[in-house]
Design a protein around this ligand. Structure first.
Ligand SMILES: [Zn+2]
Length: 198
């Protein structure tokens, strides 16, 4: 058993963390002491119990009996417009901009042109099932303007248009600069990107 090395490898799988940062995190945990590590371990276990992904959009929300999150179950929202984002945190920025009243779908990852192992996390099948429902009229891709984001939007748009030629597929306008991540975009940029979608 080599728990320290295993921990480094697990932490290196976190978004935005590489092997070097993972080593720093583990060094911090080792120096923080046993009570801190025990508390953290318990919080990790408990946090999975009180939240679960929405059965419709896959967003993590406090567990509900219906299995559907507060956004998906809001009848005042426009259920004909579906915005596809990469991850939960992207929704926070878009909600904060106040410019969008439709619903969401969380892809869970981006397709990569070379690595196949990342592609399996992308919820392609679930998205196509979601789009197939009658209520969906427009699908907006709001992915990062990185090569992977552009590639993912292009590939998924093609698949949707092939299966459902009557549905409108749009991309956020290029108010977003190249390489921009939705997570870090400010409200005004998101509002103008949404207005200029095409
Ligand atoms: Zn939902």
């Amino acid at each position: 058993m080599r728990p320290t090395q295993d921990l480094i490898e697990h932490i290196a799988e976190f978004p935005g963390i590489g092997p070097r940062q993972a080593r720093r995190v583990v060094q911090f945990l080792l120096s923080a002491g046993v009570p801190f590590r025990e508390k953290l371990a318990n919080l990790i276990i408990e946090s999975g119990k009180s939240t679960s992904p929405c059965t419709t959009c896959f967003r993590f929300d406090d567990a509900r009996d219906s299995g559907v999150c507060s956004i998906c179950s809001d009848s005042l929202r426009d259920h004909t417009t579906l915005m596809v984002v990469e991850k939960d945190i992207d929704i926070e920025g878009i909600e904060g901009s106040g410019a969008y009243r439709g619903i969401y779908f969380i892809l869970g990852g981006l397709k990569t042109m070379t690595e196949r192992k990342n592609s399996r996390r992308v919820r392609t099948k679930e998205l196509l099932e979601r789009v197939a429902t009658n209520e969906t009229k427009e699908i907006i891709f709001a992915l990062s303007t990185t090569p992977e984001g552009d590639y993912t939007a292009r590939e998924l748009s093609k698949e949707i248009q092939k299966a459902h030629p009557n549905k409108k597929v749009t991309l956020l306008g290029r108010g977003l600069s190249v390489g921009a991540e939705i997570e870090y975009a400010d409200s005004e940029t998101l509002r103008s990107a949404l207005r200029n979608r095409s």
